[in-house]
Ligand binder design. Structure first.
Ligand code: TA6
Length: 280
């Protein structure tokens, strides 16, 4: 049974989202993809949607100890509850630890949580295009502080990932998860093969998409890290919901708080992690 999409179309922006994972699945601006969705994405609720902006919580990848499952936590495959929108929000959802009590991996959840996720479009200005605003509110209703890993795993659509240059990470230290080495970025990031890096910096990222002659900006908030990922050809061919050549069409620029930079949620505390996407 296929998921029911929520669609917004204002003549410039077309957005699609699912209650499954509170997943912003795609954004097209003036007919051009901004947030990429795999043509091979599984849209029956049986797994996370490939593309869009998966919400990684309460752990990232296989977790701080490398022993957590499923990948990227339990909320991107949960059915979130639609919530009342506030102000200019297009959609809002809520999810609590009680909603995922029986889900695979629930026994590894580090503490009680209440999440609220909202999607908003900032209108275009005189000299700027519309911006997509994503905000995840994380509340700890319990009496004890605990750490959570959080990420908005954004698939930024590009014309050809081999022609992409990414500014904003020059000088930042990073963990290269392909080689296991720790390095420091020299100049713009270019991708020449499988790329999976956790940068210890969260600041404005510019994705120069030379194939399309445009720049996509990712402006993070409330995070500490930026993850840059592309599986490249071999890994993509082994991933059923990626499809043959689709790896060229995106680069993930993820707004993240993981490992030593995870969010510490004090008793009764609420934190917000989010990002804005726009085009220059
Ligand atoms: O984006 C970083 C990463 O953790 C990669 O290691 C890769 O696993 C990617 O996420 C996609 O993960 P997924 O579970 O969605 O296939």
């Amino acid at each position: 049974m296929s998921l029911t999409p929520r669609v917004h179309d204002d003549g410039r922006s077309r957005l699609m989202a699912f209650d499954h994972g509170a997943h912003l699945a795609s954004w097209e601006l003036d007919g051009e993809p901004m947030v990429w969705l795999s043509e091979a994405a599984v849209l029956d609720g049986s797994r996370a949607v490939r593309g869009g902006v998966p919400i990684c919580f309460p752990w990232f990848a296989d977790g701080p100890d490398g022993q957590h499952s499923p990948s990227h936590g339990v909320v991107r495959t949960a059915t979130w509850r639609p919530a009342a929108t506030q102000g200019e929000e297009l959609w809002a959802w809520e999810l609590s630890h009680t909603d995922v009590a029986g889900a695979p991996g629930a026994h590894q959840i580090p503490g009680p949580f209440d999440l609220r996720y909202a999607v908003r479009l900032s209108p275009a200005g005189a000299d700027r295009a519309p911006a997509l605003e994503l905000d995840l509110q994380v509340h700890n209703p319990g009496p004890t502080a605990y750490d959570v890993e959080v990420a908005l795993h954004t698939y930024v659509a590009v014309g050809d990932v081999e022609q992409v240059r990414i500014d904003g990470l020059d000088g930042a230290h990073y963990l290269d998860k392909v080689t296991g080495s720790r390095r420091r970025q020299q100049g713009p990031v270019s991708l020449t093969g499988e790329t999976d890096r956790v940068y210890e910096r969260s600041s404005l990222i510019q994705v120069h998409d030379h194939a399309r002659g445009r720049t996509v900006e990712v402006s993070p908030r409330g995070a500490a890290q930026t993850v840059v990922w592309n599986p490249w050809a071999e890994q993509a061919a082994a991933t059923s919901d990626l499809g043959e050549d689709s790896w060229r069409q995106f680069v993930c620029v993820e707004t993240a708080a993981t490992g030593g930079q995870a969010l510490t949620l004090g008793a009764g505390q609420t934190d917000t992690l989010g990002c804005s996407l726009s085009i220059t």
